[in-house]
Write a protein that binds this ligand. Sequence first.
Ligand code: 16G
Ligand code: ZN
Length: 533
Amino acid sequence: WVKTSAVGSRADKHPVPANVRFQYGTAGFRTIASVLDSVLFRVGVLAALRSKKLDGKTIGVMVTASHNPEQDNGVKLVDPRGEMLDTSWEAHATTLSNASTTDDFVSELAKFVEKLQIDLAKPARVVYARDTRPSGPALVASLEDGLRALGAEARNAGVTTTPVLHYLVRAINTLGTKDSYGEDSEEGYFQKLSSAYLKLVAPRQTPPPLLIDCANGVGAPIATRLATYLGDRLSLVLENTAIDTPGALNNACGADFVKTSQKLPPSLAGRLQPGQRGCSLDGDADRLMYFYIDQRNQFHMLDGDKIAALVAAFIVDLVKTSGLESQMKVGVVQTAYANGASTKYLTERLPVKCVPTGVKHLHHAAESYNIGVYFEANGHGTVLFSPAAQETLQTYEPSTPAQATALEHLRNLNQLINQTVGDALSDMLLVEVVLAHKAYDGSDWDSLYVDLPNRLVKVVVADRNQFKTEDAERQLVSPPGLQSKITDLARRFEGGRSFVRPSGTEDVVRVYAEAGSKPQADELAFRVAGLVY
Ligand code: 16G
Ligand code: ZN
């Protein structure tokens, strides 16, 4: 294998650190940035091979650690349709990243190429981007070295959000086809989203200004540019935009802070006016949390479940009004973390499925509907229109003006929503569209249902791999006997529900509990944690 020599000499420059074990998990590789150099090099090689395997289709690589602290970084691969890397390749990524010497790496690589029958003569095309982390440029240089080792055609998309990178991948691979996703540039992305928004929200429906907490991350420059496309039809007030201030990223701000602490980021105190809507992005702008403070200065959070409820009900109405009800099945996908009150609200209106945590599970399940709405409680989600649904939207002949209007709205939503992956900015526009149509403010939206009090705690255990679940993570099958104790305990609390699952991103076990009151939810969570420990 001629090429391996080029790989080998380059790989020597990216040695694997001692005593670190890497794993391509639900969010790709993610850890402290200082140990990631070799991983980035090898991901470059792997991305090129994935492209060759798929006959030269463009593969994406995103360098980000999302909502993690600034000193972390990470990397994930994006498949040609803009979706997450095929699961079967996750294990290959893990194996290659852990080969401890260059020789091991090269021989693993040769085995891999042989086993998957990758034709090395095929072209390789890769587009990559990074978030604003200070460790980004050096890691991107290592990635580029890996791409060069295989002679890949590489395109640098610069500093941008994870969803923009996913958009670019799909746009590049569909360019000039009948499935064209849009122009393959950031401009193309802004054009597509903003023109759909401007069609959906009439000037007389213009919402009041929206405050955006950019988490001091890459959402800031991208939202700044989006704002210029929206003009006075949606004024965005950007906060936490200090992307060059060391230590500021995700620090006491951003979507993950809001969801976990259920508090307004302290930096927004006095900025968000009572009654005004605000939202937080995370460090790579693929998660979104809304909130408002009421006249008594009380903070109210509108999480991914509330977004799902708002959006799904709106789409169901449009489908009915357009006369497409019998042809278009709308459904929702949630995880066990969805608040029980949201599940109840949604189940009364449309089919709801529960799947294990992680975008790939939700995305996959949503594909089984004509229009599939999925959101994790943490604010990551999107809406998928199946190919059949898109076809129907194109060809359907409405028979009344009301049907025609609803149909037009559905067509525009199909453009507005980034369907490759959850996209905080696209989701934000979607929420604004629904609020404008319903003439809702934050509190109207909030009152769709009342969240059940809940508590999430993490427990450090000797070995989290002992914890195995089934039924979409709602039941533990191992350690033996533990589930029945949890079930018995939860039954003693009014409205009690609790489940335990191993984290996919941290070395802990997570305990979730819901009950009729906050103290009860806390008590249930801590008592279940006591059983786990
Ligand atoms: C990852 C997942 C996210 C999930 C979270 C759960 C992707 C792209 N991201 O960040 O969807 O909510 O893990 O983390 O799938 P946990 O397993 O530590 O609870
Ligand atoms: Zn993120």
